[in-house]
Design a protein around this ligand. Structure first.
Ligand SMILES: Nc1ncnc2c1ncn2[C@@H]1O[C@H](COP(=O)(O)OP(=O)(O)OP(=O)(O)O)[C@@H](O)[C@H]1O
Length: 267
C-alpha cells in the first residue's frame, strides 16, 4: 500500500469545513480518482498537486457533484454527498474553474453584480413603484461590488470595461472574485496561477493569504510549486488517480515518491 492512511497519521483536520473520504470517480472504464481522502479547516489552505491527468480537476468535479462518484463529502459536519451542485453553493462552497468564464457583453462591475444576485437586484415591483429606492439599492450594490473587486486586485479602472479587454492577470483575479461573490466558507480554486507573471503571482499570493486569515477554507489545485509550497498548510499529491502522499509542504517536498512522480527520478 503506497498511501499512508491520512486517518492514522492524524492529518485529517479535527473540525473540518470540508472533508472528503474515499472519493472515487470513473469515466467509463477509466478510473480517474480512486479512494482519495482529505480535509480542510476554516483558515487553512490545502494544495492539490500532481502531474497532468492525475485526477486533480476530477477531484473538484466530484466534490461539487458535477460527476457521478462514490465516497462521502461533508461540509461543516453535514453529510452533503447527495446534495446537488446548485445547493452546495448556497451552503457556502464556491468554485473557480481552470478556464475564465465571463459575460463579455457586461462590464467587469456588472459581472459581479450578476453574481451578487438578489443583493443587487431591486426587483420589478420596487423598480416600478419605488424607483428612487431601487436606484439607491443599485448604487449601494455597485459600491459593494467595487469594494469586493478591489479586494481581489481588480482596480477601479477596469470596472467599466468588458472582461475581455482587461489584462489576463486581472482576469484571473476577477475569476476568483466572481467565485467568492458575497462570501464563501469553502473556496475551490483550479490552477489560479496558470499563466500569471511575477507581479500577478504576488497579488494572488496576498489574496490567498487574506482569505485564509479571514477564515475561508481554501482548496487550491496548482502546478506552480513555489506558490503552493509557500502558502499551503497541507498538500495532497495525486498520481494516476491515486493519493500518493498527504502532509505538510516540507514533508511532501522531501518525499521521494513525489519527486519520482514529477521527475521520473527519486534523486
Ligand atoms: N469528462 C471526462 N471523460 C472522460 N475522461 C476524462 C474526463 N475528464 C477527465 N478525464 C480523464 O480523467 C483523467 C484525470 O483527468 P483530470 O482532468 O481530472 O486530471 P488533472 O490532474 O486535473 O489534469 P491537468 O493537470 O492536465 O488539468 C485523465 O486521464 C483525463 O483524460
Amino acid at each position: 500500500m503506497v498511501v499512508e492512511s491520512v486517518f492514522s497519521s492524524g492529518a485529517l483536520s479535527s473540525n473540518p469545513a470540508l472533508c472528503v473520504q474515499g472519493l472515487t470517480v470513473h469515466y467509463g472504464a477509466l478510473v480517474a480518482l480512486s479512494d482519495v481522502s482529505w480535509s480542510v479547516s476554516p483558515g487553512e489552505i490545502l494544495g492539490i498537486i500532481g502531474p497532468n491527468g492525475a485526477g486533480k480537476s476530477s477531484c473538484f468535479e466530484a466534490v461539487t457533484a458535477l460527476v457521478a462518484r462514490t465516497g462521502t463529502i461533508s461540509l461543516n459536519g453535514r453529510d452533503v454527498s447527495d446534495v446537488p451542485a446548485y445547493d452546495l453553493c448556497a451552503l457556502g462552497m464556491k468554485r473557480a474553474f481552470q478556464q475564465n468564464a465571463f459575460f463579455d457583453e457586461l462590464t467587469v462591475l456588472d459581472n459581479l453584480l450578476v453574481v451578487l444576485g438578489d443583493i443587487a437586484r431591486p426587483g420589478l415591483f420596487s423598480s416600478i413603484f419605488n424607483p428612487i429606492a431601487a436606484f439607491k439599492r443599485r448604487q449601494l450594490a455597485s459600491i459593494r461590488a467595487a469594494t469586493i473587486l478591489k479586494q481581489f486586485g481588480v482596480h477601479e479602472q477596469y470596472h467599466p470595461l468588458s472582461p475581455k479587454d482587461i489584462p489576463y492577470g486581472v482576469q484571473r483575479m476577477l475569476s476568483i472574485a466572481l467565485a467568492f461573490g458575497s462570501g464563501a466558507k469553502v473556496l475551490l480554486l483550479d490552477e489560479p496561477a496558470a499563466g500569471l507573471g511575477g507581479e500577478d503571482m504576488e497579488i494572488l499570493k496576498q489574496i490567498l493569504q487574506r482569505l485564509k486569515h479571514e477564515g475561508v477554507a481554501l482548496v487550491v489545485i496548482e502546478h506552480h510549486m513555489d506558490l503552493i509550497m509557500s502558502v499551503a498548510d497541507r498538500i495532497c499529491v495525486l498520481n494516476f488517480g491515486k493519493q500518493l502522499a498527504y502532509g505538510a509542504p516540507q514533508a511532501i517536498q522531501a518525499d521521494s515518491r513525489v519527486r519520482e512522480a514529477y521527475l521520473g527520478t527519486s534523486s
